[in-house]
Design a protein around this ligand. Structure first.
Ligand code: FES
Length: 565
């Protein structure tokens, strides 16, 4: 019997040169856990779970994993959970982005190496869901994505607060001296008060929505709050569904296709989702051999309105979206624009999944013919400053800044930014463009969420709330502002961004999708000759692998050797 025909713990035997001995030895060790022979003969559902003491967003995972196990057991299987690397967004240095690919490799290899017939992927915080989906797509075993769900916002001094758009809003007020140190301390303790991922349409919520849009999660599960009893029922149902998928062709390679990826892109735009999610979706697509073109993004963005009124683009929280009908309500509105023949984890098509009507709260999920905003949230910009593209989240930006030329105020690194941004003698006006260099994937900072450059203190105190900011960094999905991100090629490898100097003129036109550096070619050639790329000196281990192999934003920042393209 080949390994493929074997199931459960008989799959993928450890190689001792004697298969029967390997199975006997494995059974004897498995029996040491107290499992009966009857249980050990069952199909195995692995549960890849990213819990950890350094991940506050996942603190409810033990209960969630128990519920998945309940579902697997009820369906006649044996659930075996295993830990993955856990990426707690706020707890990692230099940034969780550096470790997404490491987690994806961990997930892929452990799904492949351990004996399981299907897997439930349990993640939530920003990078964990893309890493799980990337790894599962490459391993290509039947897989169901279960997300941890969003936190609940809580009332504090008469207003609802929720991580993390409110975190930034109050920090900007504190920097502008509009609130005191005492007040910010009180707010600090009331921004994130329950288990779960950030309460707004940040990266975690966006990725949860995209997992459902791709068909990799059960319907209606993306927006269930982490602490809601339905979240546990979704976990139980995910365990059952993983059992139902064993032996079928409902593998990621059948579910994550060019069409379902385009559906996910539509949903990303319609929910005003995170810029980070574009990188992650590109990386997931790359694992199944699908390329996301930024030109296609622009075309789709123009014809896909924003339907959801959620922070940071709007005013509501994820728990409101859940009560309003969830991602299913959004996708029902988008039906004329979606590929309805895509298959989902349940085996039903997307069209079947979206048939029938449910309650929709129109204050949160707008109809297609009366949207919240008429065009999608994200667009790509191209031009001499970003030959391979850059991204702006126009839905969370100030349209008054969309068509203008400005003088560059350049920060050559994050360290330079930290030292000078609040200097009283910084030569800067509200009409200038703040430019941050060397914060891209290969910069040594691993593309942190630093693109949301703070407004220089002296301007913030004068009431300036937004300025054009340009970098090769990323931005938190919970942030807002006229911020151009993911400039490619990045400065560290000698992209045009590296050649910008203080006082240069830069022209931004969101309507023309352009970002131009107005410096003549001869001058740029002189500057280019002086540029020194980042070297691998003094790097070792994973950091070295990362610097050697990470691709630019338009390739999803995946490693060159992991993509199928
Ligand atoms: Fe974990 Fe926002 S910090 S989801």
């Amino acid at each position: 019997m080949t390994d493929k025909k074997k199931h459960g713990i008989a799959r993928g035997l450890t190689n001792y040169g004697d298969a029967d001995f390997s199975l006997y030895l494995r059974r004897s060790f498995a029996k040491s856990t107290g499992l009966s022979a009857e249980m050990l003969a069952r199909p195995v559902v692995g549960i890849a779970q990213a819990a950890g003491g350094f991940n506050s967003c996942h603190r409810h995972f033990p209960e969630l994993v128990d519920a998945v196990k309940r579902g697997v057991l009820a369906a006649g299987g044996l659930p075996l959970d295993f830990p993955t690397i856990s990426l707690g967004e706020i707890f990692l240095n230099p940034t969780s982005m550096m470790f997404r690919n490491l987690m994806a490799m961990d997930v892929e290899e452990m799904i492949r190496a351990q004996p399981m017939d299907a897997v439930v992927l349990v993640g939530g915080c920003d990078k964990t869901v893309p890493a799980l989906l990337m790894g599962a797509a490459s391993a290509d075993l039947p897989a169901v994505q279960l997300v941890g769900g969003p936190m609940l916002p809580m009332s504090y001094h008469g207003e609802r607060l929720g991580a993390c758009t409110d975190c930034r809003r109050f920090w900007a007020k504190y920097r502008a001296k509009e609130i005191s140190a005492h007040e910010i301390e009180g707010i600090e303790g009331n921004l994130a008060t329950t288990a779960g991922s950030c309460a707004v349409m940040g990266t975690a919520s966006t990725m949860a929505a995209l997992a459902e849009a791709l068909g990799m999660s059960l319907p209606g599960t993306a927006a269930i709050p982490a602490v809601h009893a339905d979240r546990l029922r979704a976990a139980e149902a995910s365990g059952r569904q993983a059992m139902a998928m064993i032996g079928t062709d409902l593998r990621p390679s059948r579910i994550i296709t060019e069409k379902s990826i385009e559906n996910a892109l539509r949903v990303l735009l319609a929910i005003g989702g995170s810029t980070n999610a574009l990188i992650h979706l590109t990386a997931i697509a790359g694992r199944v051999g699908v390329k996301i073109s930024l030109d296609r993004l622009n075309a789709i963005s123009d014809e896909t309105p924003i339907l959801v009124d959620l922070k940071p683009t709007g005013q509501h929280y994820m728990s409101d979206l859940f009560s309003a009908g969830g991602i299913g309500a959004v996708m029902r509105e988008l039906k004329p624009l979606l590929h309805l023949d895509c298959v989902t984890v349940t085996g039903e098509t997307l069209g079947e999944r979206l048939s029938g009507d449910t309650f929709v709260d129109r204050a949160v999920v707008r109809p297609l013919n009366d949207p919240f905003q008429s065009q999608g949230g994200l667009v790509a910009l191209f031009g001499s400053l970003a030959p391979n593209g850059a991204i702006i989240k126009r839905s969370a930006a100030d349209p008054r800044l969309f068509e203008r030329e400005g003088r560059a105020v350049v920060f050559t690194s994050l360290d330079d930014l930290a030292v000078r941004i609040d200097a009283p003698d910084l030569d800067v006006t509200p009409d200038d463009f703040l430019v941050l260099q060397n914060a891209g994937p290969k910069s040594g900072y691993a593309m942190p969420e630093a693109g949301y450059l703070p407004i220089p203190a002296k301007l913030a105190r004068a009431g300036v709330k937004d300025m054009v900011r340009i970098s090769d960094a990323r931005m938190s999905g919970t942030a807002y502002g006229t911020i151009v991100l993911h400039v490619s090629p990045e400065a560290a490898i000698g992209g045009p961004l590296a050649l910008v100097r203080d006082g240069d003129r830069i022209a931004l036109s969101v309507s023309r999708r352009s970002l131009e550096l107005r410096v003549d070619d001869a001058e740029l050639a002189k500057r280019r000759a002086l540029h020194r790329p980042v070297t691998l000196d003094n790097t070792r281990g994973y950091a070295r692998l990362y610097l050697q192999s990470v691709l630019q934003a338009e390739a999803g920042c995946d490693f060159d050797f992991l993509r199928k393209l």
